[in-house]
Design a protein around this ligand. Sequence first.
Ligand SMILES: [Zn+2]
Length: 248
Amino acid sequence: MYVHGRKCWFCGHYGLLKLSDKRVWCGSCRKKYSLQKLKRDLNALYYFYLEVSARKCAKELKIGYNAVSRRYKIFRKAIIEYSEQEFKKLHGKLEADEAYFGGKRKGSRGRGAFNKQPVFGILERNGKVYTAVVEDVSAKTLFEHIKKKTRKGSVFYTDDFRSYKDLKQYGKHNKVLHSKTFGKGHNHINGIEGFWSYAKERFHKYHGIGKKNYLPYIKEMEFRFNNREQDVYPLLIKIIRRFAPKMN
Ligand SMILES: [Zn+2]
C-alpha cells in the first residue's frame, strides 16, 4: 500500500510502500524503516543537538536511558565518520598544543598528569581545529599527527615543550609563551586555548565518562567548535542521513 504525501526521509523521493510489519519501504533508495522509530530518533537527535544529556533526554521523551544512549553513540560515530571524510589538511598559521582531560582534579597538573587523558590539538588560525586522543605526548606520537594532518611548509606556533624541539622539519617553527600568543584577546577565543576551554567546559558536564569513551566526546567537541558559527541542527540531520543509514 502506498503511503500518500510522504517523502522518503533518506532520499527525498515519493513512493513509500507500507510493509506488513508496519515499516515503510522506499522504491527509490530501497531502505526499509519504521516511521515511528525514525520520529524517536529525530527527537533524540534534537536533544543531542541542544547538548542535553542522554539521561535528561530519556526523561523528557519518556523512553529508556539505554535506547537514548545507544542513539547518542550512533550520532557521535556518524560525526567521526563525517569529520574524517570532510577533513582537509590544515595549513597556514597553526597552533599545536596538548591538553589533559578527566582524572582527578587534585594532584599533579600539566604534562604527564597522573590518570589524565592527553589530547593533542592543532588549530589553524581562522580555520578549524583537529584533535586526537593520544597514548602519550612524545615527539614521535605528536609528529605522526602533524605529518598526516598538516601541509608541509606551514608555520607552527607552540610553547617550548621538548616534544616540539624538532618541529622545523615540517615547517617554520615559532615558540611562543602561552600567556602572550595563546592567552590573550582575540587569540584566546579563537586560538587553541579557546578550544580547550570550550571542550573542557562541556566535558565537565558529562560525569563519569570512561577513558575508553573519550574519543567520541572529544570529536563531538571538535565538530561543535568547528561549526560554532552556524546552526548545527540541519548539518546533523545531513550527517545522520549519510553516515547512520542503519539507525533504524
Ligand atoms: Zn528513499
